[in-house]
Design a protein around this ligand. Structure first.
Ligand code: ATP
Length: 279
């Protein structure tokens, strides 16, 4: 069985405060995009997870491996499976690749092993693997609050093209949150206006209300990310933002031709460039 494991971008990402349990209270609007890894499930007596990407571990430290073990523990099923991950989503890029792979694994095993898990049960298992994993059980456009696991589905966002540009560096989400001083955030994203724009299918509004407080850390630390974002704007994107903790920057375009033109003009600042779209 082959399943697509899609990436996400953040249309908004706000951090409200640091909770007593040490986690950050967030409010973010996540958008699934078409860029995807392929995950192949094959029958096998043992549990094997294989990924040829140089920065993704094989075996037990891969999030997919952890997902299989957790599903087995939660359901009492004791079967093997061989899983191969074909990576297309840049790694450690703010696009949720590992989280998506883990959620796709839960969805895949539910189907392959006839587990009969419902969405809530799968989201709950996903939540034990990471804050961004539950979003990918249903994908689409969702508001995520709490630590990121409290999800509300928003109606489907209007069709927009996405230019994704990843500079040649990897960013650790944990480090970015550690370096964020919440008191210094002067510009919180306008989540409620973004929600209205999505509900009203207002493409211009969506491009206007993009906002991510983690830019404060990553754009400050890596000037290339800032230059890349400015270049995407200058070249005529309707809006641009860093996704998640970065370093990937995206531009939104109403026209496909504009997205292609920007992608071609970005030059050596970005190591990888994709033109994709909202799911
Ligand atoms: P997020 O937006 O959820 O923080 P990300 O885009 O920043 O995700 P990932 O691509 O998920 O980052 O990779 C983060 C780390 O997880 C990498 O260091 C990678 O080695 C590790 N990892 C473990 N399993 C996987 C997997 N299946 N795919 C990608 N990375 C994985």
């Amino acid at each position: 069985m082959k399943l697509k494991s899609r990436a996400k971008i953040n249309l908004t990402l706000d951090v409200l405060y640091k909770r007593e349990d040490g986690y950050h209270e967030v409010k973010m609007i996540m958008q699934e995009i078409e860029l995807a890894d392929n995950i192949y499930f094959r029958k096998c007596d043992q549990l094997k997870v294989n990924c040829l990407h140089p920065f993704v571990p094989n075996g037990s430290s891969n999030l997919v491996y952890k997902a299989v073990e957790l599903v087995k523990r939660k359901t009492g099923v004791n079967k093997g499976i061989s899983i191969e991950i074909e990576k297309k989503i840049p790694v450690a890029a703010g696009l949720g690749g590992g989280s998506s792979n883990a959620a796709t694994t839960i969805l895949g095993l539910n189907k392959l092993w006839n587990l009969g898990l419902n969405v809530k049960q799968m989201e709950s298992i996903a939540g034990e693997l990471g804050a961004d994993v539950p979003f990918f059980i249903q994908g689409g456009t969702q508001l995520a609050t709490g630590t990121g696991k409290d999800l509300t589905i928003i109606n489907k966002a209007p069709a927009l093209w996405v230019v994704l540009a990843k500079p040649n560096l990897g960013v650790s989400t944990k480090e970015v949150y550690q370096n964020l001083s919440i008191g210094n955030i002067s510009n919180h994203p306008d989540t409620s206006n973004m929600l209205n724009a999505i509900r009203q299918q207002d493409k211009k509004g969506i491009c206007t209300y993009l906002g991510n407080v983690l830019e404060l850390v990553t754009l400050h630390r890596y000037s290339n990310v800032k230059i890349l974002k400015n270049k995407i704007c200058e070249m005529g994107a309707n809006g641009a933002l860093m996704s998640g903790s970065g370093p990937t920057v995206f531009g939104l375009c109403e026209e496909y031709e504009k997205a292609i033109q920007i992608a071609k003009g970005l030059g050596p600042l970005s190591e990888e460039v994709f033109v994709t779209k909202f799911v």
